[in-house]
Design a protein around this ligand. Structure first.
Ligand SMILES: Nc1ncnc2c1ncn2[C@@H]1O[C@H](COP(=O)(O)OP(=O)(O)OP(=O)(O)O)[C@@H](O)[C@H]1O
Ligand SMILES: [Mg+2]
Length: 256
């Protein structure tokens, strides 16, 4: 798998430096949402480092800031305070256009609310992020069909999202997220609507992506899938309250 930006024709602005430090570093991160008469401190002084190739699980009660955390890490939202360093670069100094470039090129998402585009077919939805990356049509199709097959959705490629069940939409969203082989995968309850067979299929996709070198942050409430992660970060009221590191060796044995 080639992730060296020098071997691609992508503009340099989208390149990551391959710094030796953590891939993701959050330093004193805060996110405050203002609505009519309320201030919500969704993230309050978060410090977190994620190394290249780590698989981190994020847990915590509803409303504690998990999706907000992934949105900031995925460059979909900006923090109110604090700094986010991506591969050694402070993201506060990066233009909106450059942020979009970094996001399209390097980050895959499985959103809590699928975010499939209703007037595109299943195949077109999965192909879309690859289009942003400038991948040629034939390769795009091959990668998309392969990941749809992995989640048992090959028989629905010409359907529209509205014609699928919730679990099927979730499997398509997972296929879309991994098809482009992202450097970072952010998965928000990727197995939330799935039975155990389909949950295992989606987790199998994530595990393969991780074994190929991707860095994964996954929000989950489901302890069945904790065994895939190397570290668990617990959030409470917008703060990291506990971290559990699991020895990689024990995890690897566990997977067998
Ligand atoms: N756009 C917004 N405007 C105002 N408040 C928001 C917004 N987005 C999130 N919040 C608030 O920020 C807090 C954190 O929300 P977030 O979605 O990150 O929680 P979560 O941990 O993902 O919860 P869940 O497990 O239910 O998905 C919540 O109190 C939520 O109401
Ligand atoms: Mg959420």
């Amino acid at each position: 798998m080639t992730r060296d930006p020098s071997t691609t024709d992508q503009p340099v602005t989208n390149a990551l430096s391959h710094d030796d430090g953590p891939l993701i570093k959050l330093d004193g991160l805060r996110k405050v949402f203002y609505t009519d008469e309320m201030e919500t401190h969704a993230l309050a002084d978060v410090h977190l480092e994620v190394q290249r190739g780590e698989f981190v699980e994020v847990m915590g009660p509803s409303g504690c800031g998990k999706s907000t955390l992934l949105a900031v890490i995925g460059l979909l939202d900006t923090p109110s305070e604090g700094e986010y360093w991506l591969d050694g670069r402070p993201m506060s100094t990066v233009s909106a256009q450059e942020r979009a470039g970094l996001r399209n090129r390097h980050i895959g998402f499985i959103f809590q609310a699928f975010n499939l585009i209703g007037d595109l077919t299943v195949l077109e939805n999965v192909e879309l992020p690859l289009t942003y990356r400038g991948m040629p049509a034939a390769e795009r199709r091959r990668c998309s069909l392969r990941s749809l097959e992995r989640v048992g959705m090959s028989h629905r490629v010409d359907h529209y999202p509205g014609q699928l069940s919730g679990g099927q939409q979730q499997r398509v969203a997972a296929a879309r997220a991994v098809a482009g082989d992202p450097l970072i995968l952010l998965a928000d309850e990727p197995t939330g609507n799935l039975d155990s067979t389909n949950g295992e299929a989606v987790m199998g996709l994530l595990r393969d992506l991780h074994e190929a070198g991707s860095t994964i942050l996954m929000v989950t409430h489901d302890p069945r899938y904790s065994r895939f992660a190397e570290r668990t970060v617990h959030l409470f009221d917008g703060r990291i309250v506990e971290e559990e590191v699991v020895l990689r060796r024990a995890r690897t044995e566990d997977k067998r």
